[in-house]
Design a protein around this ligand. Structure first.
Ligand code: CU
Length: 151
């Protein structure tokens, strides 16, 4: 009896969180998810368009996959002298009813140390982590180095 009472308290305490504040990932849809495969051990770049259909912003904070040892959110930044460099992105906000594209020369997932041999046409499953702990599982298509941007 006592444990059932504690369980009821627990449920009562958690309900407002789950019912009033839907998880960020529930409102986000991913499209055109692909990875540019580079030869050898060069890092690969993951691209995807994320659309947020919710009334509140969703914030992407991390990505992970079994296929690569390391998956980071990066942004390519053009310097005034014409060179480009990459910076780490800790929070990537997708506005309410808006979208953000991870695309060449902009945001991308930097994927390093592939755990298996990969070839164009294969799929890679990547989990996108949002700031509230919710996750979006997304399947990326591997495309060759010279593939044209679709995001
Ligand atoms: Cu990068």
């Amino acid at each position: 009896m006592k444990s059932r009472f504690l369980l009821l308290l627990l449920i009562a305490g958690l309900l407002p969180i789950t019912s009033l504040q839907a998880a960020q990932a529930d409102h986000v849809t991913a499209s055109h998810a692909w990875i540019r495969l580079l030869p050898g051990n060069l890092p690969a770049s993951g691209y995807v368009t994320l659309r947020n259909g919710g009334a509140t912003a969703a914030t992407l904070v991390a990505a992970h996959t079994d296929t690569y040892a390391s998956a980071m959110i990066h942004q390519s930044v053009q310097e005034v002298d014409g060179t480009s460099r990459m910076t780490m992105v800790e929070h990537l906000t997708i506005p309410a009813h808006g979208e953000v594209s991870l695309a060449p020369a902009s945001y991308h997932l930097m994927l390093q140390q592939a755990a298996r041999a990969l070839k164009a046409g294969d799929n890679v499953d990547i989990t996108l982590d949002f700031s509230d702990g919710s996750q979006l599982h997304t399947r990326f298509l591997l495309r060759p180095a010279n593939a044209v941007d679709i995001n």
